[in-house]
Design a protein around this ligand. Structure first.
Ligand code: C2E
Ligand code: CA
Ligand code: CA
Length: 267
């Protein structure tokens, strides 16, 4: 217990200097239309390289940022960096890439968030239509009329909203119906065993629901050809996972993109 406590304290202390000392960086994971192999966009994922402990998973440090009050500042850093990256890629000859950015529930429902975004958009000259926010079902815990108002404000700015990890958390279908969701990301657990009848039954019914909601769909954690073939048979879905690519640094992504243009084949 002592060890866990000291690791946590070490990370928490490190997080306070991480922004100033460039210990954070972004990686990008492609999202692909399964039927055409065209790129639908990239998901932006945060990385933290601690000077002593090395790489730390966002699954470990993001909850610490949410607890110690740093999450808004960290999220603003991610958004700013992502918008700058868009501009760098354009300068380097890549097309404008849709970017999906993970936003914690407490940040997205913050009433000042839209103003911060407007400022970033003006500064970078990148606007809402190239941005998608991924929110998890935890947003329902913060749910109020203010939540709906803020989400609608973002929608009016052209920002798309995707529900992340769908099916793995607490979902209220009633609230889900009210949210201005553009996309649903189906959690990896529903994709892992598409070869099993029971698992396929779950996946198929989620796909039926998303079709009725007229949301587009991203299947997460796609790792094998068997999974891809199954998804191809289900329509125009988007997939993301190691089968296509691991999350890549900005320069790795540029190389990956160049190769992808030449031969759109994955194996
Ligand atoms: P997530 O949003 O569900 O992100 C997908 C996670 O699955 C990523 O882990 C990604 O690297 C991993 N992944 C992608 N494809 C595959 C695959 O085929 N197989 C397997 N086994 N894993 C795959 P990562 O980058 O460690 O992120 C973990 C979580 O941390 C994310 O889950 C997200 O909830 C959170 N996170 C990451 N970056 C940010 C951020 O900037 N802000 C916030 N609020 N949360 C973030
Ligand atoms: Ca995500
Ligand atoms: Ca996810």
């Amino acid at each position: 217990m002592e060890q866990t406590y000291s690791r946590r304290t070490t990370i928490e202390n490190g997080l306070r200097v991480a922004l100033e000392q460039n210990h954070f960086f972004l990686v990008f994971q492609p999202q692909i239309h399964v039927q055409t192999n065209e790129i639908a966009g990239v998901e932006v994922l945060l990385r933290y390289c601690h000077p002593v402990l090395g790489m730390i998973s966002p699954a470990e440090f993001i909850p610490l940022c949410e607890n110690n009050g740093m999450i808004d500042e960290v999220t603003h850093w991610v958004i700013k960096k992502a918008l700058n990256q868009q501009n760098k890629w354009i300068e380097e000859g890549l097309p404008r890439m849709k970017m999906a950015i993970n936003i914690s529930p407490s940040t997205i429902v913050n009433s000042g968030f839209a103003d911060v975004l407007n400022k970033f958009f003006k500064e970078s000259n990148v606007f809402g239509e190239f941005i998608e926010f991924e929110i998890t079902e935890d947003v329902f815990f913060e749910y109020s009329s203010q939540t709906l108002q803020t989400l609608n404000e973002l929608k009016n700015m052209g920002i798309k909203l995707a529900l992340d990890d769908f099916g793995s958390g607490y979902s209220s279908l009633r609230q889900m119906k009210e949210l201005p969701l553009h996309k649903i990301k189906i959690d990896k657990v529903f994709i892992d065993h598409v070869e099993l009848d029971r698992d396929r039954a779950f996946l198929d019914s989620i796909l039926d629901l998303t079709k009725k909601l007229e949301s587009s769909v991203v299947c997460e954690g796609v790792e094998s050809k068997v999974q891809v073939d199954y998804l191809i048979s289900k329509g125009d879905l988007i997939a993301q996972g190691y089968y296509y690519s691991k999350p890549l640094t900005s320069s790795e992504f540029k190389i990956w993109y160049g190769r992808h243009l030449q031969n759109r084949v994955f194996s």
